[in-house]
Write a protein of this length. Structure first.
Length: 689
């Protein structure tokens, strides 16, 4: 078998042969797939992308924030000197804006100098949170694709823009070439039925979704929202929901472009004026004339339904978005609080500030409680000052913070101390995120946060004191898919993928089974080696997987196929988890599912990764009665026919198993041929110079 990355190739003059994608025989597509189709590069003629495909994307915009300087160092480290398209890149300063140490200020000066030198749009500290700026200033527009080196890029889906996070290497690649890769995730359709009761907001919806569907139903999915309930959701609520699809486990959360969106952009146009470079008459008319809607019979991997009529104010936590209760129930539990927060890209918009101001108007924050307020942007803060809501909050005893992230990510003023309880209108309540690991953090809507700050304990707003837990959430996946084959099993059965020079047409080897779910990056590559820059490839190979199984090195050999369980590669973002596996000569990892950060690090470093949940279940049932081995040589052989996007398994007793998987397109193949994303970028730079 050919080792990936061994052979150099010339990418010019390639010819492609594709069957099953002829123009006029269009494959039904979801909104997500249609947007990716718009921004995918080098697709063969007549090719329609689908969930599972690896594609090269050229996003309309790419945002980075305080991590812009590490991205710049990586950009310069791969030999790049000039940003490929300075109209594509946006730099904002928002995370550590309260930090006035010389070290941080020097970093901020470096970012500003680099951005101005490259002609990149730059927004200084205090201007606002990058995601809010992306929406306010029209970088994230309906039907567009925008990425950011931040996990809450999902936010852009609230205005119909496909937003998804990337890692720093991807950002550097986009700066240098305008492009990076993406695998189109499985797509879940979430139907919001009924009408949102008055007094509730998008935060109540997304907290309910995270709590009601708390078994990874949408892990690493793209989500599309539909249903009659959309009519009762303003844009701020949609942005909140899209933002927290990240905490639900999704890679994007996308709302359709409807009349609510059109009305919102008309107001933005009136505010920004007719000569704005992105939000202008021509852009809005084009948006209205060419709305993106899903095709009939487009395929979704999941169907989830939430009845908005059944919702009441809800609270997430403590310390997990998978735990939720009605605010009224927690009020009866009598949970005193020390700190309350109305900040972040989740709930720092004008309507959020207004909701909180209405609750506290004429009242005072409870003795002993600290209530911190920060707008999502300076524009939002100015508007709140103009309508009086900001002063209302200050008069109640709230403490103002600059427009930025701050306590949401454990930076700046007002962090939770040991033993304290806080309630926040942010997006994450992971243990220790907002301060001490010995504190308790709850999440809720601005109205619940403000009411709790006034009362000194978690309470429901007026009018919801007697609410009960009655959320109606339905997973109808089996019902909707019963008797219906997926598009991956039918429409593309005769298609073939072109193979570029230097990339193997097939990948094969014996399966080595590590039967564990949630095998984290510390298990794959121990943390004590992470910051050793002098460790050799041979040493990496020796310590690979030693925290999982000290015998792993003795049981594996080059060209084995590593198969493990679900959520493989979770934990820290260390890229050595991928490179250590490669150092053992293992070219492919198969899992029931992967942590998305591990998958990105794998592709960026030329390690192949394929999800085959049915194979994991088959292996588990076959070896269930055998003595437990952490690392098992199975005698099963896997062959991945890359040309046909087809995986076949030969078991030790002669049984044949097979699955069709997503296409590994030629653009992504080229990453592997070049030894990973950095090698590909260097090649692209040399070709263009």
């Amino acid at each position: 078998m050919m080792r990936i990355g061994q052979t150099k190739t010339q990418l010019k003059g390639l010819s492609y042969s594709f069957r099953g994608f002829a123009t006029g025989n269009k494959l039904p597509q979801t909104i997500t797939e249609k947007i990716v189709q718009r921004f995918a590069q080098n697709l063969p003629e007549g090719k329609f992308v689908r969930s599972g495909d690896y594609v090269t994307i050229k996003p309309k915009h790419c945002m980075s924030h305080d991590n812009s300087w590490p991205v710049a160092l990586k950009f310069m480290g791969i030999g790049a000197e000039k940003v490929f398209d300075n109209r594509q890149v946006v730099c904002t300063l928002d995370h550590d804006v309260q930090n006035i140490s010389e070290t941080n200020l020097r970093k901020y000066r470096n970012i500003e100098s680099f951005a101005k030198g490259q002609g990149i749009d730059f927004y200084p500290a205090g201007r606002g949170i990058g995601h809010q700026i992306m929406v306010e200033q029209g970088y994230a527009m309906p039907g567009s694709l925008a990425v950011a080196s931040d996990s809450h890029s999902n936010t852009y889906g609230g205005v119909g823009c496909l937003g998804t996070p990337i890692v720093r290497t991807d950002a550097a690649a986009i700066w240098a070439t305008g492009q990076t890769w993406w695998q189109i995730p499985p797509i879940a359709r979430v139907n919001l039925v009924g009408q949102l009761p008055k007094g509730l907001s998008g935060k109540d919806i997304i907290v309910s979704l995270c709590g009601a569907f708390n078994h990874d139903e949408v892990l690493n999915h793209a989500i599309e929202f539909y249903g009659e309930g959309l009519k009762s959701l303003d844009i701020d609520s949609r942005l909140t929901i899209a933002n927290m699809t990240t905490e639900w486990g999704a890679l994007s959360g996308l709302f359709p472009t409807d009349d609510k969106v059109f009305e919102w952009y008309e107001k933005r146009l009136a505010f920004l004026g007719p000569n704005h470079p992105r939000v202008n008459r021509k852009a809005l008319d084009d948006m209205k004339a060419n709305p993106i809607i899903p095709d009939e019979n487009s395929h979704y991997s999941k169907f989830l339904t939430l009845d908005l009529n059944t919702l009441s104010p809800v609270v997430s936590g403590p310390n997990s978005v998978k735990i939720y209760n009605s605010a009224a129930k927690l009020e009866r539990d009598d949970i005193p609080i020390k700190k309350a927060y109305l900040v972040s890209c989740t709930n720092g918009r004008l309507s959020d500030i207004h909701d909180a101001a209405e609750v506290v108007r004429g009242k005072k924050i409870a003795d002993g409680v600290e209530f911190y307020v920060g707008a999502a942007s300076s524009e939002v803060e100015e508007a709140a000052r103009n309508n009086g809501d900001w002063q209302t909050l200050i008069d109640s005893g709230a403490r103002a913070l600059p427009a930025g992230c701050g306590p949401c990510i454990g930076l700046g003023t007002g962090l939770l101390k040991e033993g304290e309880v806080g309630i926040s209108a942010t997006n994450r309540n992971f243990k220790g995120r907002m301060g001490s690991r010995e504190a308790l953090a709850y999440l809720a809507s601005p109205a619940v946060v403000a009411a709790s700050a006034i009362s000194g304990k978690i309470v429901a707003p007026e009018g919801f004191k007697d609410s009960v837990d009655q959320v109606s959430a339905i997973d109808v996946t089996e019902k909707m898919n019963a008797g219906k084959k997926s598009v991956n099993e039918t429409s593309v059965s005769d298609s073939e993928t072109a193979i570029i020079d230097g990339f193997p047409a097939s990948v094969s080897g014996e399966i080595v089974f590590c039967d564990a779910d949630n095998l984290n990056t510390d298990g794959i590559y121990p943390g004590r080696y992470t910051y050793r820059d002098d460790i050799s490839k041979e040493e990496m190979a020796k310590v690979c997987m030693e925290n999982y199984d000290v015998n792993f090195g003795n049981k594996t050999k080059p060209n084995d196929i590593l198969v493990s369980g679900f959520n493989f590669g979770c934990g820290s973002s260390r890229e050595q988890a991928a490179t250590a596996i490669l150092s053992r000569g293992i070219p492919l990892v198969v899992g029931g599912s992967f942590s998305d950060i591990f998958k990105r690090n794998s592709i960026n470093n030329a390690l192949l990764a394929v999800e085959l949940p049915d194979l994991i279940q088959k292996l588990r049932s076959t070896f269930a009665n055998n003595p437990k081995e952490l690392t098992r040589r199975t005698g099963w052989h896997l062959n991945w026919d890359v040309r046909k996007s087809f995986v076949e398994i030969s078991t030790s007793d002669g049984e044949k198993l097979s699955w069709r998987i997503g296409e590994l397109g030629n653009s992504v193949q080229s990453l592997f041929v070049r030894g990973g994303l950095e090698g590909w970028v260097k090649h692209e730079i040399s070709e263009s110079s």
